[in-house]
Design a protein around this ligand. Structure first.
Ligand code: DAH
Length: 344
């Protein structure tokens, strides 16, 4: 009798585990546990056994019944789950293929690459200097007086660290001009430096972000004059914005250049006629000038023998001045919003 029960169990289990169809499980259940089922009939036989055997065999029969029932419900669960997954993953080979999404460089990185390419073409070498900088290189060595407003907490991010008697405080560099004296101290003349880097200022609105990029040029050697600066400006403006765009220089004041200029470029929409966007036809690009003799002194260069020009412009700014690019809020550039970034 025990052997018969074990056989029933094994047969039932092998049927249950071999089927892939939930409907078969129902049939198997009837076949073994239904009214005329194999196990039901076997259980009826137990009453015929001698009294002392009935209890033991009865327990075994119960265990077999439990095992069959449990295995059926487990299998049923597994099959319905599996079916669900295989349906959703079903592959229709007649469907057209889906292209994997392709990323591209960030708009600002694209601009940096383009600017680098333009200047490398006329012999500039790309350099980078610390973003976390001494006050000395950002201000003192650039001829800024002690009480200049740029040194205010409201303009520049200062870092709470011990100050250095010569170098002063540590700060996040507010402009790439901090690379000028570092470059001069290398004592490798002539200089044709292009410093493109992140800069930081306490500002955040539609046209400013606390972190932004500048590109700084420094050219130094014998007989370097304003004509070289103007030639370089003309070359850059035509290469980056296109042949139709003009530039002009206006007298201005910077601590580290004398004379200093503000450089304007004709608006890309009206080409200088004046329109809603630019009003008078010109857009301001940034500063430039002839390196101040005091700055040369800080750089350890004899101002009687060498002269130089410098310029420093915002990458995001020149990008916005390019034709066909209109960004209402500059902060979008750093928001990581793919719907915005994918447009470029
Ligand atoms: N550093 C200046 C700024 O951030 C820009 C600048 C002006 C850079 C004149 C120069 C320069 O190299 O000659 O506003």
């Amino acid at each position: 009798m025990e052997e018969a029960l074990i056989n029933i169990k094994n047969t039932a289990l092998s049927f249950i585990l071999e089927t892939d169809d939930p409907k078969n499980l129902e049939e198997i259940k009837l076949q073994f546990l239904g009214r005329g089922g194999k196990l039901t009939l076997a259980i009826k036989e137990i009453t015929r056994l001698p009294q002392e055997k009935r209890r033991e065999v009865g327990m075994l029969a119960n265990e077999v019944k439990q095992t069959i029932e449990n295995t059926i419900s487990e299998r049923l669960q597994k099959l319905t789950q599996k079916k669900h997954i295989s349906l959703s993953k079903k592959l229709d080979v007649t469907n057209p293929g889906a292209k994997p999404p392709l990323g591209h460089l960030h708009l600002v990185t694209q601009a940096i690459e383009e600017i680098t390419y333009i200047f490398e073409h006329i012999g500039f070498s790309r350099v980078r200097y610390p973003e976390i900088e001494w006050d000395y290189y950002a201000f003192t060595a650039l001829n800024f007086p002690k009480d200049h407003p740029a040194r205010d907490d409201w303009e520049t991010f200062f870092i709470k660290e011990e100050t250095n008697p010569k170098m002063g405080e540590i700060l996040l560099t507010p402009h790439t001009s901090s690379g000028q004296v570092r470059e001069m101290q290398k004592k490798q003349l002539p200089i044709k430096m292009l410093n493109i880097a992140k800069c930081y200022r306490r500002q955040s609105d539609v046209s400013h972000t606390p972190m932004f990029h500048q590109f700084e040029g420094l050219v130094m050697g014998k007989d370097i004059s304003i004509s070289h600066l103007k030639g370089t400006l003309d070359y850059f403006v035509k290469s980056y914005f296109g042949e139709k765009r003009q530039f002009r220089i206006r007298p201005y004041h910077f601590q580290f250049t004398e004379p200093s200029f503000e450089v304007d470029v004709t608006c890309g929409v009206c080409l200088g006629k004046g329109c809603k966007l630019c009003k008078a036809g010109w857009l301001e690009m940034g500063g430039a000038g002839m390196v101040h003799p005091n700055v040369l002194k800080f750089g350890g260069i004899d101002s009687k023998e060498f002269t130089g020009f410098a310029f420093g412009w915002g990458v995001e700014r020149v990008l916005m001045m390019k034709e066909g690019i209109e960004i209402d809020d500059l902060r979008l550039l750093y928001s990581n919003k793919l719907e915005f970034l994918e447009q470029f």
